[in-house]
Write a protein that binds this ligand. Structure first.
Ligand code: EPU
Length: 423
């Protein structure tokens, strides 16, 4: 298993090119199950989760052809369709469950393993009840046996009015995909409106799907019989962009961050300005400089978009450890997404957790240590912390970070970080 060796403290300077968004590419890839005609996707991020989804599509019978730098892929249908998303295909990735909606819509049957993915929610796990209950309302019947969802429908799904009990990114995506072929009209209320969902909708629309937003969180879908050939470029990754913004703010850095839409990280940029970062916003890039002194912040709440993203909570916590006073972060999406705290304490952080609230003491000096990654975003936080620490840190289990950040050590090296991957 690979490790990162990082020698700090670092000061980042230069240009970073943001890769395609993992969380946009995953549902878009899953939705290609709906197509008979070929689809070309550009700006795919070369990360492990994308490989996992591509392998899952292959196992379901799709033909995959990569071009050039493997960021462009052509996905075509073969006559070897399979209906089983096996445990081995989805055990490492939560997004595996996103093939359920398209498979039911297209083939009216599916056997899908319960998905795996980052452990973010302690004992309550990461249920998929919203996906299953909503698909049931479109006419899907299912049984759960031996860790698999055995699902079927009597012919086409039928449009319905569905109000999600709580906002869920994955459930919104699964239902949008399933409703594309449902008879008549489906209205989804209380939808997640993350930019990645808008990207999925834009992709499906480019192929002729009839989807429109009729209110802030209400989406209306009129079923169609088929989707046409399309070519689409995946949006830039807002969480990767946010992580590099934090790197610059944390290390008194000076970064030009390119290839993403700054408008979709307004909330994060406002918080970074509050802690003292100097930010100039352009069309598809931002210039961000870190302050001499980082200011503390009281009560950041992670929330559904357009709120502060849970996927940047761990990274922002590192920044607040170095602020000039006490800060707090309350985690409202995954109540116990704080596994990184124990590892940050090894470097010298002082953080107390009370229920879903982290109380972060500022002015901490970090000294390098041996650290272990526990999940994707937590690993990014450890990399940032090691960059800010004096001396050497070794971070193990970096396969977590490889799931969602493309060649992070190469990008960091280019902006002056002393980082090395060791096997
Ligand atoms: N929930 C349920 N039942 C469900 C679905 C969700 O109780 O059927 C709960 C979850 O346990 C959680 C909340 O609802 O407390 C929100 O979960 P959501 O369904 O929105 O999350 P997700 O679809 O599983 C996606 C991202 C996550 C990101 C969350 C929140 C992908 C592939 N994953 O997960 O990204 O944290 O939305 O924004 O898009 C990551 O990239 O590191 C990552 C974990």
């Amino acid at each position: 298993m690979d490790k990162f060796l990082i020698k700090g403290p670092s000061k980042v300077k230069g240009i970073v090119n943001i890769s395609g968004s993992k969380n946009a590419a995953l549902p878009i890839l899953a939705s290609t199950i709906l197509f008979d005609k070929p689809v070309i996707l550009e700006n795919l991020p070369r990360v492990k989760d994308i490989d996992t989804m591509i392998n899952l599509l292959k196992s379901l019978g799709s033909k995959i052809e990569f071009f050039g730098n493997k960021k462009t892929v052509k996905i075509s249908k073969t006559n070897k369709t399979k209906y089983l998303a096996s445990y081995y295909s989805v055990k490492t990735m939560r997004a595996g469950v996103l093939v359920l909606g398209p498979m039911i819509a297209k083939y009216h049957k599916s056997i899908t393993s319960f998905p795996g993915g980052c452990v973010l929610n302690g004992k309550s796990g990461r249920p998929i009840n919203f996906h299953l209950n909503a698909l049931k309302k479109l006419g899907m019947k299912y049984e759960i046996k031996k860790g698999y969802i055995f699902a079927k429908s009597k012919g086409k799904l039928k449009g319905n009015l569905i109000k999600f009990p709580k906002i869920s990114v994955g459930a919104t995506e699964n239902l949008i995909m399933a409703a594309c072929f449902a008879i008549g009209k489906t209205v989804l209320k209380n939808c997640a409106i993350e930019p990645e969902i808008k990207d999925l909708v834009n992709f499906l629309r480019s192929a002729g799907a009839k989807i429109k937003w009729v209110g802030k969180r209400t989406c209306e879908i009129i079923g169609v019989n088929s989707l046409k050939e399309t070519k689409y470029s995946v949006m830039g990754d807002r969480i990767e962009a946010g992580t590099f913004c934090i790197a610059s703010t944390l290390t008194k850095g000076d970064l030009l961050i390119k290839n993403f839409n700054p408008k979709i990280i307004q909330t994060e940029l406002n918080f970074l300005k509050k802690v003292g970062a100097k930010i100039d916003i352009f069309k598809n890039q931002i210039h961000i400089k870190g302050p001499k002194k980082i200011k503390s912040i009281n009560n950041i709440l992670t929330k559904e978009y357009p709120g502060f993203p849970t996927d940047l909570q761990a990274q922002f916590m590192v920044l607040l450890c170095r602020a000039d006073g006490r800060s707090t972060i309350t985690e409202k999406i995954f109540q116990s997404r704080f596994i990184h705290v124990m590892e940050l304490q090894r470097l010298g952080a002082k953080i107390n957790i009370k229920n879903n609230k982290a109380i972060i003491e500022g002015n901490r000096k970090f000294i390098g240590a041996e650290l272990m990654s526990s999940d994707l975003r937590a690993s990014a936080a450890l990399v940032l912390a090691a960059m800010a620490a004096k001396d050497k840190s070794i971070i193990s289990r970096v396969y977590h970070i490889d799931r969602g950040y493309e060649r992070i050590e190469k990008k960091l090296k280019k902006i002056g970080v002393n980082i090395r991957r060791i096997s």
